[in-house]
Design a binder for this molecule. Structure first.
Ligand SMILES: O=C1O[C@H](COP(=O)(O)O)[C@@H](O)[C@H](O)[C@H]1O
Length: 225
């Protein structure tokens, strides 16, 4: 699994540097294409990167922003990844970017999954993906032990899948492994000793045990204590 690990002296430096790298990649992609798409994670890690990235001057009108995965909760829930995006990334200069939805109000993700997938389809391959990782080696909502993990890891997986996992309190929707892995540029953001050990522990394991391995090839992994 060939990935590049960048170790930062502290988190603050990592957030600034990563935001800077993403901005440079967005600019370069915008020089090559009329529109570009960046997928980003939810959860607790990426907020400070969003805080730095949202104030960067670039042609945000031509940027589509989406999540790598979403928890099936309304947008006003504290657990909504869409809420995090609206509050921390799609503000300031980045308010001009277009949000591709990963949640539509209905009971179960299956009810409107096809609609969501068709909105995403014209935006593939993703120009840039930023991913998080849990200490259990999940990435996006590809959890070890999740009900449809094998299907989501398959080469012919659909764009988007519903996912239910023992450790996840609500149903999820997630971009599948081929979509995430097929992004033109891949970054993974991890913090702390536990996640660094999990990354090491993932080495050599099949993706159904360590889903992070499905996307690590040619990725940049950004880590700070
Ligand atoms: O539930 C999720 O978890 C992962 C990791 O989150 P973190 O809080 O440990 O940073 C995240 O990447 C994913 O987007 C999110 O839905």
């Amino acid at each position: 699994m060939a990935y590049e690990l960048i170790e930062y002296p502290d988190r603050e430096m990592m957030f600034i540097d990563l935001a800077d790298k993403l901005a440079s990649e967005l600019r370069a992609a915008l020089a090559r294409a009329e529109r570009v798409t960046m997928a980003v994670p939810g959860g607790t890690s990426p907020g400070p990167v969003f805080d730095d990235l949202c104030s960067v001057e670039l042609d945000w009108d031509r940027v589509d922003v989406m999540l790598t995965d979403e928890r099936w909760v309304p947008e006003d829930s504290e657990r909504s990844n869409t809420r995090l995006l609206r509050e921390r990334l799609l503000v300031d200069k980045a308010a001009r970017a277009r949000l591709l939805p990963m949640f539509l109000p209905c009971r179960e993700p299956e009810d409107r999954l096809a609609e969501l997938a068709e909105t995403i389809r014209p935006n593939l391959p993703l120009s840039i993906v930023l991913l998080g990782m849990g200490a259990d080696m999940h990435t996006a909502s590809l959890f070890p032990g999740a009900d449809r993990l094998d299907e989501a890891l398959a080469r012919n997986a659909p764009i988007l899948m519903p996912m239910r996992a023992p450790g996840a309190p609500e149903p999820r929707v997630t971009l599948t492994a081929p979509v995430l892995d097929g992004a033109l540029s891949k970054h993974v953001l991890i913090m702390g000793a536990e996640k660094r050990a999990a990354l090491e522990n993932a080495r050599g394991k099949p993706a159904r045990e360590a889903p992070i391995n499905a996307i690590l090839n040619d990725a940049w992994v950004h880590w700070a204590e």
